[in-house]
Design a protein around this ligand. Structure first.
Ligand code: RUQ
Ligand code: CUA
Length: 666
């Protein structure tokens, strides 16, 4: 009803505008005119060179002050190692959540607890200061986003992070013990029992060396099933396990749902096992890894894998339980399906029965039928085996359909009207096409057919639709995550912004309409997920004064107003400080050079947004202490001197007075 009213209003607005501006020129290229002095729509539109279509697009995205977006998009922050939270359809950036990289405003990576979380991800003790975040995955219940947690991987170092959406803070980072490289993560099973992390570039197990000549014997892929404990809000490494995979380059992953729940699907490329070495006269990877017509979709029976793990049929590698390839074959856990030409995306349809595979070098999407896959596995109807003894199903036995969409298909999302949407990287377009099966019947559509395309600027990678990979997709909006912007924005030097483009896909019978460009000043964002905003039940302020976000419970270091203190014992000085508009108590802290300083600060405010900062010069400290929060910093006062500390949030009229002196006696 709401949608209908909105659409009706928009159509009405559109019609009025069309009538008003039928004579307007096309102002799409170059600079648009100045504001115009008039207050009425007509003169503003004229002055700015806006077309009627521009005005309709503006009306669909404009968010009056104080109004909220219907959806929130969680987008990878790319190399920044952070996670972006963006309102849809306004495309307003709401938050940058610190994940793999320190985020000074949030104090992420400065307090004792957040330093600890960052350090959990250090590979073999090596400190890292970036991440290549790729695929955010919202936690799911029954195959739909539930708004409780979001996970995201770091492809460069094979790490997985857990972010709690009660306070939008990262709670945990796990480093994969087997590999340095992941890409098939993060994806969750329909009730978030597991967070899936699949490798990308095959390598010897982390920390081991093997000559590249030994590629086939010593290099391996893997998939790790991280057990998630929703109550604790943590991955439990002790209840997690991995599977050894052949040294193909495993790519994207998706978890089965409904009829395919309990199964995992992983694409692969370089089943040629090309090892590069163009400098030695070998084919370069780009050619060597694209010779065969078919690569392998990995079809994993998660229930069987879990049973093998629980029965102890694993081998400890780097202290982590791994189901070996031999066990995988013996227990019939893994099967292959031939998939065409350097596949990239694998996406399970909302009903769980079809797998949409995009081959980067094939103009078709290939759709496999899960029921047929299951039958072929049950009947042991195989077309052969690979070098590692993994049974390969017959392509034609499990194929449902191939649909020709265009050049460079990559990723697919779904809407509630029976459409699938696939990004076409080489064409810079998004294709809308119909699914088959019960949907097509219900919606009286011709099944498996290309319907329409919309132009994108440019080189679209992933697309994200509102709840577009859920059991019950919302559709309506599609955001195209574009790699190149070329001429879309003012010149800011040779490194251009990357571009999120918002597309209205709400009308199943009309065209898709490009609405809005959102330049992203950090790259390279990969995937995003869009959730209905009212599913997020974040706290306004921390539940109690003295809250410790690391444990999501009251901190033993919380301090009440009037109870602030400084305790010295030997070379240790411990401070319990309160922060409230507009002072810290105490305001003077004196130590001796070489003292170990443990400093707890409690923000005793209960008012929404009454955050205080806390910085100490020289010592590289900046905290954000949100209403109710207790934070701890720990350091050795190595340098003598006088260090004015102050609040870094403009919290009140007397904010500048919210300061003090940290005195370190020589
Ligand atoms: S990816 S643009 Cu998810 Cu790294 Cu396909
Ligand atoms: Cu507290 Cu400024």
């Amino acid at each position: 009803m709401f949608l209908f009213t909105v659409r009706f209003k928009l159509i009405a607005v559109g019609v009025i505008l069309l009538l008003l501006f039928a004579g307007c020129g096309n102002g799409n290229s170059g600079q648009s005119g100045s504001l115009g002095s008039g207050q009425d729509l007509e003169s503003v539109a004229k002055a700015r060179g806006l077309t009627p279509a521009d005005l309709v697009a503006a009306a669909k995205t404009y968010m009056p002050t104080g109004k909220y977006d219907e959806y929130l998009m969680f987008a990878s922050g790319g190399h920044s190692g952070q996670l972006l939270v963006i309102g849809v359809p306004s495309m307003r950036l709401l938050k940058v959540v610190g994940v793999y990289t320190p985020e000074p405003w949030q104090g992420w990576g400065f307090s004792k607890d957040t330093k600890k979380v960052l350090a959990e991800g250090n590979p073999r003790g090596q400190e890292l200061s970036w991440g290549d975040t790729h695929h955010p995955a919202l936690s799911e219940t029954g195959g739909n986003y539930d708004g409780e947690f979001v996970f995201i991987n770091d492809k460069a170092n094979a790490r997985v992070a857990v972010i709690d959406l009660k306070d939008f803070e990262t709670k945990q980072i796990v480093k994969n013990p087997l590999s340095y490289s992941d890409h098939g993560g993060t994806f969750v099973t329909p009730n978030t029992e597991y967070v899936i992390e699949g490798s990308q570039y095959a390598m010897p197990w982390s920390g081991q060396y093997a000559s590249i000549e030994k590629y086939k014997e010593k290099y391996r892929g893997m998939v790790t099933l991280w057990k998630f404990d929703r109550k604790k809000g943590r991955i439990i490494p002790e209840q997690s396990f991995a599977m050894e995979l052949p040294p193909y380059w495993q790519d994207l992953t998706d978890a089965g749902k409904l009829v395919s729940e309990g199964w995992i699907f992983i694409n692969s490329f370089n089943t040629e096992m090309s090892t590069g070495g163009v400098e030695d006269g070998n084919p370069p990877f780009e050619a060597g890894a694209s010779q065969r017509d078919m690569d392998y979709l990995h079809v994993i029976n998660l229930k069987k894998a879990e049973a093998a793990y629980k029965a102890g049929k694993t081998k400890k590698i780097n202290g982590f339980p791994v189901i070996t390839l031999a066990t995988t074959v013996k227990e019939k856990i893994l099967h292959f399906v031939p998939e065409p030409k350097s596949p990239h995306g694998v996406d399970v349809t909302p009903d769980g029965n079809f797998l949409v595979i995009s081959g980067k070098l094939d103009p078709h999407v290939t759709i496999f039928n899960f029921t047929k896959i299951k039958q072929a596995i049950e009947n042991e109807k195989f077309a052969g085996k690979d070098d590692y003894g993994i049974p390969i199903l017959g392509f034609d036995d499990v194929l449902e359909k191939q649909v020709e969409l265009g050049l460079g298909p990559l990723h697919t999302q779904f809407d509630p009207n029976g459409f699938a949407y696939t990004s076409l990287f080489l064409e810079s377009k998004v294709a809308r096409w119909t699914l088959g099966g019960p949907w097509a019947e219900k919606h009286k559509k011709q099944p498996w057919a290309l319907v329409d395309k919309v132009s994108i600027h440019y080189n679209v990678g992933h697309i994200a639709m509102a709840e577009g990979d859920n059991v019950e997709p919302d559709g309506k909006y599609l955001v195209s995550l574009n790699k190149w912007a070329i001429d879309r924005f003012s010149n800011v030097g040779p490194l251009l912004p990357q571009n999120f483009q918002l597309v209205d896909v709400s009308d199943p019978d009309g065209p898709m309409q490009l609405l809005y460009d959102m330049p992203i000043g950090i790259g390279e964002p990969h995937y995003a997920q869009i959730i209905k905003a009212d599913k997020i039940k974040a706290w306004d302020v921390y539940p109690e004064v003295g809250w410790d976000p690391a444990t999501q419970s009251k901190s033993k270091n919380a301090i009440q107003a009037g109870k602030e203190k400084i305790k010295r014992s030997g070379k240790k000085v411990e401070i319990w400080m309160s922060a409230v508009r507009s002072h810290y108590t105490p305001e003077r802290v004196q130590v001796k050079r070489g003292d170990k300083v443990i400093w707890h600060i409690t923000n005793i405010e209960r008012a929404k947004d009454a955050t205080h900062g806390f910085c100490i010069p020289h010592y590289n400290i900046n905290l954000s202490i949100e209403p109710g929060e207790t934070q701890t910093i720990e350091f050795v006062a190595k340098k003598a001197g006088v260090f004015p500390f102050y609040c870094t949030e403009f919290c009140s009229a007397l904010h500048l007075e919210m300061a003090g002196y940290f005195l370190v006696k020589p």
